[in-house]
Design a protein around this ligand. Structure first.
Ligand code: HDD
Length: 681
């Protein structure tokens, strides 16, 4: 049995399914003690294997079925357990049980994912990221199945298969893997103008998050909160990381192909280190009678509700505090569904949401079978009783004769639950009109919010967006595909369309560009939270480093929440003056300049040519990625030789406040003021 203490209700439940094979005898699935797990049963020592070897058959046949179909989208994902704590009761707007009492903690499971790639793809490609949360509430499971962007590509779920067909590897050559930079995707984007706004988001740095800990989540759709008086309001869910929202830059993202597991490694190691990722759950609320007061349709999933117009209300904190025991049993078998709501939450008529309500049940049944809700990770923490029976891989043993409603033999149980005793009640919204296949006229403005997005970007962010479009369209082999997309961009902003057109060899048509002047500063990542907490700083030490000086800084930086990583020529120990000696965390060979947020160059009396060469290479990479660089005075000649000594964010340790100055530089994270030649704009 595990030694875990203070288990919440979900953990207690999961614990009853956990087994540990450590120190146990080896026993087959049918309960036979296994005497030899290395030799098949053969007729004679050098003879053929016998079919009667039930142990070999069991082992091989099970192995043959170890894989299940990967998710058709969001195949690559990574999960963690956590908890939700409410700040104050939300009973005035919703009767959702988990939003009533701030003293109550709600267990939850999160799965982060990438939309496009297969299960083994690289994690730093440009893509939308999934942000799914399953809250195990006392009223049953509640799921937010969101992404790291507030809008979506399309407005009607019937177009989802087309979108995904276009973005997946092309069907004839089956490439590229997990990427949007190819003809069919941009053909779809150019041919379907409702995607224009989402295109801006995926061409921004939002699509290359630095890690899951600093990634925002959005429920995207408009849902409803319903209170106990039956009053409903329109809402949107947001999940804001406490450390701020921080992306990679494109050059890093591409080079990080060297570590396909970059995001999962970060999440796992940080949770294990005790850096529990925290996010604030927030809602935007629109009163029912304000439904038509905006210059966009609030049911249109290609539109955001600008935070300046509809303020965010932070309602509680999500903390991820435990890694999974088994990635297959928990993460792979987890099944999310945007239709998993609880009393006090309800749907809106958003046509994309409506289609999703069908698709997720269907896909889970196809992938995991009809009894997927009985799998430990998906099981609600409340008891489940109904008359559903049988189906593949049923775990529950239902006793008794009666499996129908109504009945006499079981006293008409399980019994329906009246609304005043907690029965789920659907909000009685009104419906009207003729049955039609038609896009609502209020859904037809595709450029205003794309322009709002562009208006909200700082010059640096605009440069990155231009660079991203130039790369992505430049990878399209068909000039017509590039041209069609640039035609779209011209309707958003000529300032955007012109440099992209130039970079990809097409022209900007003479079309009317959007006249929207509004912006939403909340969208810009330059306005996020900047802190040094949890950031990794590489300390380059050689034999004979100045011990007491380094020791003081290490203590100060650790206290600030930063993570110093000792990097040297080789693993083992590195010894300094004054009897100081440190364990080397990474050698130049095992480490990477891409995985640290800042560098501090120390060196030492024993620094050799290898040390100097490697330290320079690492620092040059980090400098080019705008990261803070510090150095002790004695090693600053290296920075001088590199021509960066005087540059912004390059700090020589020559004053007593250096430790704090460097912490502040780390918190700033990137020094965009440096000259850069990464983008052609
Ligand atoms: Fe979806 C998975 C998010 C539109 C059909 N979707 C999936 C996951 C996330 C999203 C986060 C991964 C769940 C997990 O972690 O296991 N999807 C979205 C968002 C959308 C969206 C935010 C628009 C606002 N999706 C969407 C539409 C459809 C689907 C319109 C189809 C009608 N999505 C699926 C799916 C998946 C899925 C095929 C694949 C695996 C799964 O459901 O469990 O059913």
């Amino acid at each position: 049995m595990s030694e875990r203490k203070n288990l919440n209700k979900k953990e207690e439940q999961l614990e009853s399914f956990v087994r540990d094979t450590y120190n146990q005898e080896m026993i087959s699935n049918e309960g036979k003690k296994i005497v030899d797990d290395e030799n098949s049963l053969t007729a004679g020592e050098r003879g053929p294997t016998l079919i009667e070897d039930f142990l070999a058959r069991e082992k091989l046949a099970h192995f043959d079925r170890e894989r299940i179909p990967e998710r058709v989208v969001h195949a690559r994902g990574y999960g963690a357990h956590g908890e939700f704590e409410l700040y104050q009761s939300m009973s005035d707007v919703t009767m959702a049980d988990f939003l009533q009492d701030p003293a109550k903690k709600t267990p939850l499971f999160v799965r982060f994912s990438q939309v496009v790639g297969s299960k083994g793809c690289n994690e730093t490609v440009r893509d939308v990221r999934g942000f799914s949360i399953k809250f195990y509430t006392n009223d049953g499971n509640f799921d937010i199945v969101g992404i790291n962007m507030p809008v979506f590509f399309i407005q009607d779920a019937i177009k989802f298969p087309d979108l995904i067909h276009s973005v997946k590897p092309e069907p004839d050559n089956e490439y590229p893997q997990g990427q949007t930079a190819h003809d069919t995707f941009w053909d779809f984007m150019g041919s379907n103008p409702e995607t224009t706004h989402m295109a801006m988001w995926i061409m921004s740095d939002r699509a290359i998050p630095k890690n899951y800990r600093t990634m925002e989540g959005f429920g995207v759709h408009t849902y409803r909160f319903v209170n106990k008086d039956g009053v409903a309001r329109f809402i949107k869910f947001h999940v804001k990381p406490v450390l701020g929202v921080h992306p990679l830059i494109w050059d890093e993202a591409q080079k990080l192909g060297e570590d396909a597991d970059f995001h999962r490694r970060d999440l796992w190691t940080n949770i294990k280190m005790g850096n529990h990722p925290e996010y604030e759950l927030a809602v935007q609320i629109i009163e029912e009678d304000q439904e038509f007061m905006f210059d966009f349709d609030i049911l249109d999933p290609t539109k955001l509700w600008p935070e300046e117009e509809v303020p965010l209300q932070k309602i509680g904190k999500i903390t991820l505090n435990r890694t999974v025991d088994n990635a297959f049993s928990e993460t792979e078998q987890s099944a999310f569904h945007p239709g998993n709501i609880v009393r006090g939450v309800d749907y809106s008529n958003d046509p994309l949401l409506q289609g999703r309500l069908f698709s997720y049940t269907d896909t889970q049944q196809a992938r995991l079978g009809p009894n997927y809700q009985q799998l430990p990770i998906n099981k609600p923490i409340v008891p489940v009783y109904n008359n559903q029976r049988d189906g593949a891989s049923r775990y529950v043993i239902d006793r008794g004769k009666v499996s129908y409603h109504k009945n006499l033999l079981a006293g008409n149980t399980p019994s329906e639950v009246p609304v005043d005793k907690g029965g789920f009640v659907t909000y009685p919204s009104s419906v009207e009109g003729l049955k039609k296949r038609k896009t609502a006229p209020s859904f037809k403005d595709h450029y205003s919010q794309a322009r709002l997005f562009w208006n909200s970007m700082t010059p640096v962010e605009r440069e990155h967006i231009i660079g991203a479009y130039s790369f992505e369209l430049g990878r399209c082999l068909h000039v017509a595909v590039r041209q069609q997309m640039v035609d779209r961009l011209a309707r958003v902003s000529r300032e955007l369309a012109e440099p992209v057109a130039k970079n990809v060899g097409v022209t900007v048509p003479n079309v009317e560009e959007s006249t929207v002047t509004k912006s939403s500063p909340a969208i810009s990542l330059m306005n996020t939270t900047f802190v040094a907490n949890t950031l990794k700083v590489a300390i380059f030490l050689a034999e004979g480093f100045p011990g007491s000086k380094v020791d003081v800084l290490l203590k100060q930086w650790k206290e600030s929440g930063m993570h110093p990583v000792i990097v040297s020529n080789k693993l083992g120990e590195v010894n300094g003056s004054d009897g100081y000696s440190y364990k080397v965390d990474q050698s130049f060979l095992t480490g990477s300049p891409l995985s640290y947020e800042g560098a501090y160059l120390v060196g030492g009396t024993g620094a050799d040519d290898y040390f100097h060469y490697q330290a320079r290479t690492f620092i040059m990479h980090m400098y080019n990625h705008f990261k803070p660089i510090g150095a002790i005075k004695e090693s600053s000649h290296l920075l001088k030789e590199m021509g960066i000594e005087e540059m912004p964010g390059v700090i020589i340790d020559s004053e007593p406040q250096f430790g704090q100055i460097f912490i502040d530089a780390m918190a700033k994270q990137r020094f965009w003021e440096r000259p850069s030649y990464l983008y052609h704009v």
